[in-house]
Design a protein around this ligand. Structure first.
Ligand SMILES: Cc1cc2nc3c(=O)[nH]c(=O)nc-3n(C[C@H](O)[C@H](O)[C@H](O)COP(=O)(O)OP(=O)(O)OC[C@H]3O[C@@H](n4cnc5c(N)ncnc54)[C@H](O)[C@@H]3O)c2cc1C
Length: 379
């Protein structure tokens, strides 16, 4: 083996890349897997830190459930919409809130513990020839995975366009001391910049992650200062530490995310897989990372078609329905009707939670719920 020859090269060691690397070693314990990241871990990442039930399920499947240790499960959830509409309750399955500085470092550590080779290196060049992917001119593998986030270099090097303005959100997050009440996750749609939202996610360890996000096109040139002003106004009483404020893009998923080109597969934010209803991206990053690793190792001759097939089975319907729903909620009365319906029925509340935290599905029951909420609002 030449020093630069690998079975799989993964670019980016966030949840998507770390999951891909871990899954590769799980499937093929002898596989030579190289995980590259431009940063040294632990490193911060702008995020709400919310780990939904499906993401927790992916972590368990990876044998990495312990990355959540020390952070209590949180069941209480409050959803809010303009006009004083609220729905609150215990979600059927718990969520966790683990700061990304902790979560990502733990995942990378798990990958290294499983035999993955981690190297601090920025991906700058990519070529595909003779059945190999050559990274930075000197690292070669039959397949490579681009998991390098929302502003993916790998995606750009493949010649693929970045997420278009109308499907890209920007969000600012910070950490504040947690209020004394029992921990409860709050997700509130707000009129300022509609469709826009605030959140407050308690870690259960004395901190609360607060944030505000909206479509980039709705910020109308107002920059970071405007995001910060809205965050402080819309979540009064929760005072984030200015040093903890950090903003980043969220590439919302289209109905068919680009899975890669040739022997280079894209996953997580690099493939634009963020749920447009909730801004959740960690679940899709973990799930797609695992599928990309599976395709790379089990179908080394044709990883691209194999990955596309796996993605279609696992998430194809979700992406199609989420794209439709993501456009639908741009109409404020519809979103308010859905939430009003959730307030009056625990079953509808669970359905709405499931839409944002996992598998978005347009079902007859969902349509009936929205209609019911519509009627309630008109009375
Ligand atoms: C403010 C905000 C709040 C959010 N809240 C939530 C939430 O509560 N729950 C949720 O599920 N999702 C949330 N998301 C979305 C979530 O953060 C992303 O979907 C998730 O991080 C995607 O993981 P990833 O591994 O694809 O990319 P990333 O986590 O962005 O990781 C990419 C990695 O690639 C590395 N990298 C980048 N370029 C290169 C390069 N050229 N060479 C080598 N390495 C490179 C980076 O250093 C980084 O470590 C939020 C996003 C934002 C911006």
């Amino acid at each position: 083996m030449g020093a630069s020859s690998w079975d799989l090269i993964v670019a980016g060691a966030g949840p998507a890349g770390a999951a891909a690397a871990l899954e590769a070693r799980r499937l093929a314990p002898e596989a030579r897997v190289l995980l590259l990241d431009r940063e040294r871990f632990p490193r911060d990442k702008a995020c709400g830190d919310g780990i939904g039930p499906h993401a927790a399920g992916e972590l368990a499947e990876l044998g990495a459930g312990s990355v959540l240790d020390g952070y209590p499960p949180i069941r209480r959830l409050r959803l809010r919409a303009p006009g004083g509409i609220e729905a609150a309750g215990a979600s059927a399955m718990p969520s966790w809130v683990v700061p990304r500085k902790v979560l990502d470092a733990r995942l990378v550590e798990a990958a290294v513990g499983a035999g993955v080779v981690l190297r601090q290196e920025r991906v700058r060049r990519l070529e595909q020839r003779d059945g190999l992917v050559i990274v930075n001119g000197e690292l070669a593998a039959p397949a490579a995975i681009g998991a390098d986030g929302a502003n993916s270099t790998v995606r750009r090097l493949l010649g693929a366009p970045s997420s278009p303005e109308h499907r890209t959100a920007i969000a600012l997050r910070g950490y504040a001391p947690a209020p004394p009440e029992p921990p409860e996750q709050l997700i509130g749609w707000v009129a300022e910049g509609w469709p826009a939202y605030v959140w407050s996610f308690p870690t259960g360890t004395g901190l609360v992650n607060v944030g505000y996000g909206l479509l980039r096109s709705r910020l109308h040139g107002g920059g970071r200062a405007e995001l910060e002003r809205r965050l402080r106004t819309l979540l009064p009483g929760l005072d984030p530490d200015p040093a903890s404020l950090r903003a980043h893009h969220l590439p919302f998923s289209p109905s068919r995310p680009l899975a890669g080109r040739g022997r280079v597969l894209l996953c997580g934010d690099a493939a634009c897989m963020v749920n447009p209803l909730s801004g959740e991206g960690i679940y899709y990053a973990l799930a797609s990372g695992r599928l990309a690793a599976r395709a790379s190792l089990l179908a080394p001759g044709r990883p691209g078609p194999a990955y596309r097939a796996l993605l279609t089975v696992a998430l194809g319907r979700h992406f199609r329905h989420a794209a439709v729903l993501g456009r639908a909620i741009r109409w404020q009365p519809l979103a308010c009707a859905a939430l009003a319906a959730a307030d009056s029925s625990p079953a509808r509340f669970q359905r709405l939670v499931e839409l944002g935290l996992g598998q978005a599905r347009i079902t007859p029951a969902l349509l009936a719920s929205v209609l019911a909420g519509w009627r309630t609002r008109r009375r």
